[in-house]
Design a protein around this ligand. Structure first.
Ligand SMILES: NC(=O)c1ccc[n+]([C@@H]2O[C@H](COP(=O)([O-])OP(=O)(O)OC[C@H]3O[C@@H](n4cnc5c(N)ncnc54)[C@H](OP(=O)(O)O)[C@@H]3O)[C@@H](O)[C@H]2O)c1
Length: 173
């Protein structure tokens, strides 16, 4: 069976690091990425390939996608994990801080998903109609309102998105 390739964002810690370790152990070709690639040494030792990737930086995203395509020839799955929460009631937060969070949690995953899809759009995503856009979110997202935690409105439906090929749609590992 052809080895499947996955690109994961935010692998310096937490869920991203755990997902990378789990998938490489299951035989995937794993590209673990982080803003600070020096944080990925443990995952490199475990067999992951590592790259710098900041989801708020356009050249960083296009360069990472191109590197993975050139080396692996394909990206079967994209795990948009990078993100962060921000505590506090909406009415008390600095708008600039909320914009920064949306740049990471929402527009970061949107742009990276588009960059990943760019070359495949005509040949696979649209042609075979079998690719999946799969989202997971941690909590319901009521409309922004006073006292709503700021992390809530930045985690709408596109959050936790991954594009998956038919080959991987039956399960991760
Ligand atoms: N754990 C939970 O209970 C929970 C609940 C709800 C949602 N989530 C979401 O699940 C995801 C992972 O959470 P976690 O608990 O594993 O948190 P975590 O350990 O803090 O990991 C977040 C990762 O995102 C990275 N990141 C932040 N901004 C980035 C950027 N601009 N470009 C690239 N990477 C960036 C961080 O990198 P740096 O080291 O460079 O900061 C880190 O690797 C996050 O999106 C989080 O919001 C988690």
């Amino acid at each position: 069976m052809t080895q499947r390739t996955v690109l994961i964002t935010g692998c310096s810690s937490g869920i991203g690091a755990a997902a990378a370790a789990r998938l490489v152990a299951a035989g995937w070709d794993v590209w673990a990425t982080a803003r600070r690639p020096e944080t990925l040494a443990g995952l490199a030792d475990a067999g992951c390939r590592t790259l710098a990737l900041d989801v708020t930086d356009e050249p960083s995203m296009t360069s990472a996608v191109a590197t993975v395509r050139d080396a692996s020839g394909r990206i079967d799955a994209l795990v948009n994990n990078a993100g962060y929460s921000q505590s506090g009631a909406l009415e008390s937060l600095d708008v600039a801080d909320v914009r920064r969070q949306f740049e990471t949690n929402v527009f970061g995953l949107l742009r990276l998903t588009q960059a990943r899809a760019a070359r495949d759009a005509r040949t696979t995503l649209r042609a075979d109609r079998q690719h999946r856009l799969h989202g997971r979110q941690s909590s319901p997202f009521p409309a922004a309102a006073p006292t709503t935690p700021a992390s809530t409105p930045s985690k709408p439906s596109p959050t936790r998105c991954a594009t998956r090929s038919p080959a991987s749609a039956s399960g991760w590992c």
